[in-house]
Structure formats: structure tokens, C-alpha cells
Design a protein around this ligand. Structure first.
Ligand SMILES: *[C@@H]1O[C@H](CO)[C@@H](O)[C@H](O)[C@H]1NC(C)=O
Ligand SMILES: *[C@@H]1O[C@H](CO)[C@@H](O)[C@H](O)[C@H]1NC(C)=O
Ligand SMILES: *[C@@H]1O[C@H](CO)[C@@H](O)[C@H](O)[C@H]1NC(C)=O
Ligand SMILES: *[C@@H]1O[C@H](CO)[C@@H](O)[C@H](O)[C@H]1NC(C)=O
Ligand SMILES: *[C@@H]1O[C@H](CO)[C@@H](O)[C@H](O)[C@H]1NC(C)=O
Length: 430
């Protein structure tokens, strides 16, 4: 009989059994704004919003993400967060770019709007949102528009605060200019062919012909196409594709479409030198990690205060996610070739309640905590975590867990070593 249990059912049974005492302790979410208009406008296709601005569907995208988060972190995790927004449990920081701030409000509205308590997304929509594939069918859009009509909630005083720095500031841990050295280096990369050498030819071989047709380029433009152009063309195409109201310019083959996305991803990664990526990402992750450690202390000591910080959202761009992924270098990194609008990266801290109750010393309690790292619905694993001693192979396979201590070692291996702030304060000399 036993052999006849299909593998998938066996695996879900195992999951069910092993999840009994598991609890969620902390969530760090790094998220890209929703769909936006292209950065450079193109006469062939008018958007209802200005260049680079969040579109209605981009807002909807993050609103739905908020709903999904409500389901994952509130409805399915009783006791983790209050049902209603509680200011000290949650911290939302954003870059100071309009599309990002608006995206953040839209998401919070999805998570905490009290109009309907239960989320009602069909499972197919949940799946598609999880993998960052697409947005569910409208319906709630009307609701957003009704809300907007009543009063301009998103530009009004709000009970759900989103913080950002108006000007570059060392305390800004999301924007690259929060580390001036990294910010200056990043700026100098843009338009600078030296950064893209070695990739130009490969990409042009794939994309020169389709872009020439899609944008009806003259011979001169087609001939002197360079990396900056590739980036702009792909940006326009991806924006138009998301909006889906413009006539299709060109039917890309699957391979061409892959490279059309890859150009974006590659630009973000190549724009940083190793040292500046380390500075930028280490600085970005420092507070989330510190706050996770605080939670570990609290939970180990009986978790008596329900009001402490447990959900941090950094609302940003593809550049943050692409470089966090590159620095962490998960085993699955080879599959990452794009960071679509609304992409998410989560570090979720879990713990085993029984383990904590049955463990005496503070030090040993550390072993009751682990993280799951998830990019667009896909769990990531790390080489440093493959050496888990406490978990069986099956568990490792299913959960892709990484004990918190091993995750820290992994981070230590990859992040900036030295006085980060001192280095950040230096001027980057090209
Ligand atoms: C802000 O909201 C209040 C109450 O809903 C409304 O009266 C006011 O007009 C709104 N202000 C703006 C700028 O939308
Ligand atoms: C940014 O991180 C530093 C630690 O590196 C911290 O002191 C500062 O408060 C953080 N800024 C914000 C706004 O959280
Ligand atoms: C691409 O060409 C434009 C001008 O034609 C130039 O300003 C830019 O620096 C070039 N970019 C790269 C990456 O070569
Ligand atoms: C793309 O393919 C569709 C379906 O085959 C066709 O109707 C459409 O005209 C094509 N568009 C372009 C721009 O080639
Ligand atoms: C895993 O453990 C083995 C033996 O302790 C060690 O040699 C190896 O370097 C470890 N691998 C990683 C990726 O940490």
C-alpha cells in the first residue's frame, strides 16, 4: 500500500506533520513598485500617467499583494500581527520616488482596509500573484476607484504611515544614495560603456533585429545601438506589455523575450562594482537582520509583548532586489533573469515553539529558529545552509530552511567587511 501513496500527497503529509509547532516570528519584505509607464515616453503609445509613473494596474498589483500578505501573515498566522494596523508592529520605508510611495500606500490599503475582512481571491489568482506572473481579473479595481473618488486617500493624511527621506541621507538604508560612495559609483555607470563590455555583443546579437523592427529604427540607429538603447527599448516594451493597451510592436520569440527581460536585470547588476554592491546591500539588510535578532530574543524570553516590531517593508525598485539576490547568491540564482513590477523578496523567520519550551539555555534556543527566503514565490537556498545537521534530507528538500545561525554565516561570508559607514562617506573617484 505504502508505495501507492503518490509522492505529492506524501510530501504534503510530511509538510502538515512537520508544521504543527512552527510559528512565524518576523517578516522582512523587499518589494518593487507596481507596473509603471516607461521611463522614456514614446509617441506610439500614450499612457494615462506621466513617464515613470505608477499606472492604475500597477497600483492594483500592489493592492492585491497587500491582500495576499494579509492572508499569509494575518489570517493564516493568528497571533502574529493584530487584525488592524498596529503602528509599532509594522514599519514601512520607501524610496522617495512617487511610484514607490503610491505603491506602498496601495499595498497597505490591501492589507489593512477594513471593508471586507476575509480575502476573497480565488486560488488561481493567489498562485499567479505568488509567482509574480500576473494580476487577477479586475473586480477590486472598481473598489479602488470608489475609494479614490470618495476622498483622495492616497494623497491625504493616512493612518498607515510610509516613511521616506526627501534628500539623500546616510540613514536612508533603501536608496543607494544612502551610501554616497555606492550612489556615486552607480550614477557613474549609467551611459558608461566600460560597465557593459563583454555583454554588448551577446545581447545585440539577440536583440538588434527585433528592436529595429519593433521601433522601426533607421539604419543608423540600428547600427549604433548600444547598451543604453537596449535598456530603453526593453523598458518601453515591458511597460507597454504590462499596460496592454498599446498595439503590439513585435511578436518576440520566447528566446528574444528572455533577453528583452535579461537586459534590464543585467543592467542593474552590472551597474554596481563588487564593493559598492556589498556596501549597498549590507546597509540595506542591516536593520532587518538586527530586528530579527531582537525578535529572537523576545521569543526566547517568552514573547510577552505583542506590540513589538515584526513586519518590516522596504518598498523600492528592481535595483534593490537584483543586487540583494546577487549578493546572497542563492543556488537558484541562475534562474533569475528578471525582476518584474511588483516583485517580492521575503525573509521570513520561523521558530519551533516546542523546541523553545524544551530548551534550557539561551544559546541552544538559537537553534529553534530558521529562515525561509522567498523570491517571487520561489524559495531560495544557500550553500552555507546545505550543511544543516538537525534536519533530515527530506525536510531540507521541502522547506529549503536555513537555520538562522547558518543564514548569518552566509551573510557574513558575502557582505561588506569593515567600517561600512566610513566607506560610504567617501567620494567615489571614477
Ligand atoms: C482628505 O480627506 C478628507 C476626509 O476624507 C477630505 O475631506 C479631504 O478633502 C481630503 N483632502 C484631500 C487633499 O484629498
Ligand atoms: C539605517 O541603518 C542604520 C544602521 O546601519 C540605523 O542606525 C538607522 O536607524 C537606519 N535608518 C532607518 C531610517 O531605519
Ligand atoms: C550609447 O550612445 C549614446 C549616444 O549615442 C551615449 O550617450 C551613451 O553613453 C552610449 N551608452 C553606452 C553604454 O555605450
Ligand atoms: C503578432 O501575431 C499575431 C497573431 O499571430 C498577429 O495577429 C499580429 O499581427 C502580430 N503582430 C505583429 C506586430 O507582428
Ligand atoms: C559544509 O561542511 C563541510 C564539512 O564541515 C565543509 O568542509 C564545507 O566547507 C561546508 N560547506 C559550506 C558551503 O559551508
Amino acid at each position: 500500500m505504502r508505495q501507492q501513496i503518490p509522492l505529492i500527497i506524501y510530501l504534503s503529509l510530511l509538510l502538515f506533520v512537520t508544521q504543527q509547532a512552527e510559528k512565524l516570528g518576523f517578516v522582512f519584505e523587499l518589494v518593487r513598485h507596481g507596473a509603471r509607464a516607461p521611463l522614456v515616453s514614446s509617441p506610439q503609445c500614450q499612457f494615462q500617467v506621466g513617464d515613470g509613473m505608477l499606472t492604475a494596474s500597477g497600483m492594483r498589483q500592489r493592492y492585491f499583494l497587500g491582500k495576499l500578505n494579509r492572508e499569509k501573515y494575518i489570517e493564516n498566522q493568528p497571533g502574529f500581527l493584530n487584525e488592524q494596523f498596529y503602528y509599532s508592529q509594522i514599519q514601512v520605508q520607501s524610496t522617495n520616488v512617487f511610484r514607490v510611495i503610491q505603491s506602498s500606500y496601495a499595498e497597505l490599503l490591501g492589507t489593512f482596509s477594513t471593508q471586507n475582512k476575509k480575502t476573497q481571491l480565488p486560488s488561481s489568482s493567489v498562485e499567479s500573484l505568488k509567482v509574480g506572473k500576473g494580476m487577477p481579473k479586475i473586480k477590486i479595481r472598481n473598489k479602488i476607484e470608489n475609494i479614490l473618488k470618495e476622498s483622495d486617500v492616497l494623497d491625504n493624511i493616512t493612518l498607515l504611515p510610509v516613511y521616506n527621506f526627501l534628500k539623500p541621507n546616510l540613514k536612508d538604508n533603501i536608496t543607494e544614495t544612502g551610501c554616497p560612495y555606492a550612489g556615486q559609483q552607480y550614477n557613474s555607470a549609467w551611459y558608461n560603456p566600460a560597465y557593459y563590455e563583454g555583454y554588448n555583443e551577446m545581447l545585440l546579437a539577440q536583440l538588434r533585429q527585433p528592436y529595429t523592427e519593433a521601433f522601426k529604427l533607421n539604419k543608423f540607429k540600428a547600427r549604433f545601438m548600444n547598451f543604453t538603447d537596449l535598456y530603453e527599448y526593453s523598458d518601453i516594451l515591458l511597460g507597454e506589455e504590462a499596460e496592454n493597451t498599446c498595439p503590439k510592436r513585435f511578436n518576440f520569440s520566447e528566446e528574444q523575450q528572455y533577453y528583452n527581460c535579461y537586459v534590464q536585470y543585467l543592467t542593474l547588476v552590472l551597474d554596481f562594482q563588487d564593493i559598492t554592491r556589498k556596501l549597498f546591500v549590507s546597509k540595506l539588510l542591516e536593520m532587518p537582520i538586527q530586528n530579527i535578532m531582537k525578535r529572537i530574543d523576545e521569543i526566547s524570553n517568552g514573547d510577552k509583548d505583542q506590540s513589538t516590531l515584526r513586519y518590516m517593508i522596504y518598498s523600492g525598485h528592481d535595483v534593490q532586489i537584483a543586487n540583494v539576490l546577487t549578493l546572497l547568491n542563492p543556488i537558484e540564482i541562475g534562474d533569475v533573469y528578471q525582476i518584474p513590477y511588483g516583485s517580492t523578496f521575503y525573509i521570513e523567520l520561523y521558530y519551533d515553539d516546542d523546541c523553545i519550551k524544551n530548551t534550557k539555555t539561551e544559546n541552544d534556543k538559537q537553534n529553534c529558529f530558521w529562515v525561509q527566503v522567498i523570491f517571487n514565490g520561489k524559495q531560495l537556498s544557500f550553500d552555507t545552509c546545505q550543511n544543516e545537521s538537525k534536519l533530515s534530507k527530506d525536510e531540507l528538500f521541502i522547506h529549503k530552511r536555513c537555520s538562522f545561525n547558518n543564514f548569518l554565516s552566509h551573510l557574513d561570508k558575502n557582505q561588506y567587511k569593515g567600517d561600512m559607514i566610513e566607506q560610504c562617506k567617501k567620494d567615489f573617484i571614477n
